[in-house]
Design a protein around this ligand. Structure first.
Ligand code: PBG
Length: 328
């Protein structure tokens, strides 16, 4: 190790061209996945807790898909806000081939082949109690009966044209069960992006408003989502999902869990994605609105941090903003 003055690290920071030459982490719109909320309504519905984000009507999806394509964003993740009348204790609407998310997939597929469509496998947008699965009278989420429904939900989405199914429910064994069912049904190319290390987090609050689950949820999700204190356990979750046939894995939330992203990226050889969740988006936008932070500074910096930690890509509500910023 040489020392000062032979070594002056500031030499490499002297000018923009030099900083560009030695930069270790690069960001591209190809590293973004854009989560989009969908409504049965005819007009866009702004989400109060996520300033700048709306639930979109089906009629808007073609335009949004074209926008993603022109921005170089490779994939859209769809989240439906199911009308109250179609929610039930067992979340059966998830199996309806004509449900909102299936129609949304079709809209995007009809608009362009250049953008991948990802759908969430979990029952919370469809249950009257807001949990991700089937519950017993004590409101415990039952693992194996839930996995059976999730398999049906994933098949329903694959049939509708989803390119990526993303189980976000945290039931044990669901990735393997979904993989076997997809193979048996001939959906051999459907990608499974497993929400492998999904934590029981307070940062999902605005999302639950967006999909209409907030007022409904009884209790919390700590019986199936992970304890924020654990990282060794995250590696076990990931290893199981890899063995069960996941094509990529995800860590969620994002910024507070970059150590988990790093650990997973080092332990495994498949792509690792990170979800910069609704509460993280809301924090940034609240600070920007009050003049406390500059969006143009902090949002690209956050993206760089995800990539530096080892994320192949980031699911973020700032995806269109970032893609424009990167293209400028
Ligand atoms: C549902 C699901 C959630 C998110 C993605 N899929 C919420 C939850 O688990 O309660 C959160 C996304 C966000 O907060 O942006 N299974």
């Amino acid at each position: 190790m040489t020392r000062f003055p032979e070594t002056r690290l500031r030499r490499n920071r002297r000018a923009p061209w030099l900083r560009a030459m030695v930069r270790e982490t690069l960001c591209s719109p190809a590293n973004l996945i854009w989560p989009i909320f969908v409504t049965e309504a005819d007009e866009a519905e702004p989400i109060a807790t996520m300033p700048g984000v709306s639930r979109h009507p089906l009629s808007a999806l073609k335009g949004l898909a074209k926008e993603a394509e022109s921005l170089g964003i490779p994939a859209i993740a769809l989240f439906p806000n199911t009308p109250a009348g179609k929610r039930s204790d067992d979340g059966a609407e998830a199996l309806n081939p004509d449900n909102l998310v299936c129609r949304a997939v079709a809209e995007i597929k009809a608009a362009t082949d250049a953008v991948g469509v990802m759908t969430d496998v979990a029952l919370d947008p469809y249950t009257s109690h807001g949990h991700d699965g089937i519950v017993d009278p004590a409101m415990r989420v039952l693992n194996d009966p839930t996995v059976e429904v999730l398999v049906g939900q994933a098949l329903n989405q694959a049939r509708a044209g989803a390119d990526i199914v993303a189980p976000s429910d945290m039931m044990d064994g669901r990735v393997g069960a979904i993989r076997r069912a997809l193979e048996a049904a001939g959906h051999t190319d459907t990608h499974i992006m497993a929400y492998s290390a999904k934590y029981a987090s307070g940062f999902y609050g605005p999302f639950r408003d967006a999909v209409g689950a907030a007022g409904r949820l009884k209790g919390d999700k700590a019986g199936y989502q992970m304890d924020p204190a654990n990282v060794r356990e995250a590696l076990r979750e990931v290893a199981l999902d890899v063995a069960e046939g996941a094509d990529s894995v995800m860590v969620k939330p994002g910024l507070p869990y970059l150590d988990v992203v790093r650990a997973v990226a080092e332990a495994e050889r498949l792509p690792v994605f990170a979800y910069c969740v609704s509460g993280e988006y809301a924090m940034v936008e609240a600070a920007v609105a009050q003049g406390m932070l500059e969006r143009e500074r902090v949002v690209p910096e956050m993206m760089t941090a995800f990539r530096r930690a080892g994320a192949a890509g980031i699911l973020t509500y700032h995806a269109p903003f970032l893609a424009r910023w990167l293209q400028r």
